[in-house]
Each structure stands twice: as C-alpha cells, then as structure tokens.
Ligand binder design. Structure first.
Ligand code: GAL
Length: 368
C-alpha cells in the first residue's frame, strides 16, 4: 500500500514536471500572466467520442463549464465515432501543447501512437470514463465502478423478471457493448457474476445459446446493430416461446432492442415487452421507463465525473497529490492506472424520477 501511495506521488510528480515544462513552452497561454508559475492555467484538451449519444454531449458540456469556471481554456473535440478523426484530434492537442489531455476514447487501444507523442512532450493524460489500453502514456483514470454497473444491471433484470410473474425458467437474451471499449467487458463480467449462477441453476435459459462476450458484443455501441441482432435472435429462437428479459448494457442499445421487440409484436395485443435493462439515464430512455417500456437504467452522474476530472487537473497543475481511490482494478495491459471511481445508481420506474430530479440531472419539464 505504501508502495502504491509512493507510486501515485511519483506519477504526480512526473505530471507536474510535465505541466511545468509545457507551461514554459506555451507562449500564447502564458503571455497574459507574464509568469512561469507552476499553477499556470492553460488550455486543456478534451477528446470525446461522439455526439450521437446524449451522455457524451453532457460530459463535454460539464467538463467545459467546470474548467472554464476554474480559469482554464478548453479545446473540446468530438470525433463522430471515427477512430482516425480522434487520432488526428489528439495529435493536434499535442502539437498545440495543451496542458493536460482528457480522453474518452472510441477504441481504447487505437490512440497509442498519439499518446506516446503526448508523453514525449511531457503532457499528462487522463483517461475519461473509458480506459486507454496498451500504453504507459496514461497517468490517471476517472470513471464509475464499471463492474458494479454490470452487477446492478443484472440485479435489476432479475428483480424485473421476478416482478413480471413469468414462470421459470425465464427466457433471457444477453447483449454487450463495443468490444474495443474496456468498459464493455467490465459491464458484461459484472452482470455474469450475478446471472451465471441462475443459468447454472436452470432458472434462466438463453434460447439463442449466445452467451460468449464476442458473440453478444455490439460494435461502436450501435443501436442499429443491436436491433438487427435482436431481430435475428427472435426469428431464430423465439418462434414458439416468448423472451422474458434482455440484458442491455446501454440505453441506446436498449431502445434498438425494444424497437426490434415491438416490430415482432411485443408490447401490444397482450404480448408483454420483456424486462430490458440499460445505462446512462438518457432522456429518451427515462421517458420510456416512465411509460413502462424499458425496465431500468443505471444512472451515472456525468456532472460528478466531470468534477472529479477537473479536480484531478487542478491537483496536477497545483502540485498537489492527485486524488484516487483505486489503484488495483484497472490494469491497461501495461500498467495499473490510478483511478478515481464514482458510484453508479440503479433506477427503475419506481425511483427514476426522484433520483434524477434530486441530482438536478433533468427538470420536471424535461421528463414530461
Ligand atoms: C461506455 C460508457 C457507458 C455508455 C457507453 C456507450 O464506455 O461507460 O456509460 O455511455 O460507453 O456510449
């Protein structure tokens, strides 16, 4: 433990040196202050994956607002889920000598080259929500407890199945996220820790037989891909029986899955929609939950994640010890990345409105 703490301080020290160095070289940002103080507030590069999902728009907005309020400039970029675009954006942040990089990757391993440039230029890198893999050029990680997210999804699936009154064995189908996103494995493994014993006990039946992560994964978290797979599974395995539950790791996929189910007659004429889980509390899905369609979601307050990240940046710039609460869970293939983990919260029709209004994540009017 002592070793770990020392290591964190050492990493922080390297980062600070880097900030100091890059601050010296940054003429436009520093010109106004006329000082080379370590606590200089320059431009922070923020690389986000896509605007097609509402959550990343919120993440970007919150980080920008909070950094600007703390006196930084922000270079916020979205990459339309296109890997080469994100590589170019991160390279550009390095060329411009942005002070710290915050990166939510599309493919966790695709930025290795660009991140090496950042490291060589002495720019600290924070992986934001998604771990940057196979590189030593990542200093810190801010995210939610991803294994717990998966567990919450599975527990909520079981609670919904129990409440549905459907007789056992329950027919369940499994979906996972994008295989190039480290989180997808964590969500799936967390969920399977809860579901596997039920499968082994014969309480849950996967009629498609598709239980392997690679088979159930959904490239780029694409709703259309999940919809197509759900349609195929329904055709192949549910001509006689009904599906009772679907493990979905993300609201966008849940909506694609529900569209496929509705297209096949579920949700009308006495044929109940199955219990479908989700994640992110996206507005459309929250409305679907309130309307009794999607069963649940997992709320991750992205304002808090932005806050944790901005705290890290100010600690790095202010030569303070960087706040982390997990130094073991996130091995990126090269190193264990010191992480600040936040707590995800399960929500269903019974409490979703309450939770989101209390967190001021949405207003009453949003949820109408
Ligand atoms: C994951 C993230 C989830 C969800 C998903 C799709 O990396 O942790 O919350 O947003 O991407 O965007």
């Amino acid at each position: 433990m002592e070793h770990t703490v020392r290591r964190i301080i050492a990493v922080a020290a390297v980062g600070l040196l880097a900030v100091g160095l890059s601050a010296c070289g940054r003429q436009t940002d520093d010109a106004s202050s006329g000082s080379k103080a370590a606590n200089v507030k320059g431009t922070i590069g923020v690389a986000m994956p896509t605007k097609t999902s509402e959550r990343w728009i919120k993440d970007g907005d919150y980080i920008k607002q909070q950094l600007e309020a703390a006196g930084y400039k922000v270079n916020l970029q979205y990459a339309n889920d296109d890997i080469p675009t994100q590589v170019t954006q991160v390279n550009d942040m390095v060329t411009k000598q942005n002070q710290v990089l915050v990166v939510a990757s599309i493919d966790g391993t695709a930025l290795k080259g660009a991140l090496k440039e950042a490291k060589d230029a002495g720019i600290p890198v924070i992986a934001y929500d998604r771990l940057l893999r196979d590189t030593d050029a990542v200093d810190y990680y801010t995210t939610f407890d991803n294994l717990k997210v998966g567990k919450l999804q599975a527990e909520s699936l079981l609670a919904g199945l129990e409440a549905s009154g459907a007789p056992k064995p329950w027919n369940v189908e499994l979906f996972a996220g994008s295989p190039d996103d480290n989180n997808a494995t964590f969500f799936f493994n967390g969920a399977m820790q809860v579901l596997q014993p039920k499968i082994d006990a014969g309480d849950i039946k996967i009629a498609s037989g598709e239980t392997n992560f690679k088979t159930v994964a959904t490239l780029r978290w694409d709703a259309a891909v999940a919809k197509k797979r759900m349609e195929n599974v329904l055709t192949k395995s549910y001509s006689k029986a009904d599906v009772n539950g679907v493990l979905s790791p993300y609201d966008g996929l849940s909506r694609g899955i529900i569209a496929a189910l509705k297209g096949s007659g579920y949700g009308s004429g006495g044929k109940k929609l199955p219990v479908v889980t989700g994640q992110d509390a996206e507005l459309e899905s929250v409305k679907s939950i309130l309307a009794g369609e999607q069963y649940s979601t997992v709320f991750k307050n992205t304002r808090d994640l932005a806050q944790a990240t901005v705290t890290m940046i100010t600690e790095i710039a202010g030569k303070k010890t960087v706040t982390v609460n997990d130094t073991e869970s996130y091995d990126n293939g090269v190193k264990k990345v010191p992480t600040q983990l936040l707590d995800p919260v399960a929500a269903d029709k019974s409490n979703v409105k309450d939770i989101l209004l209390k967190a001021k994540y949405y207003t009453e009017a949003d949820l109408k």
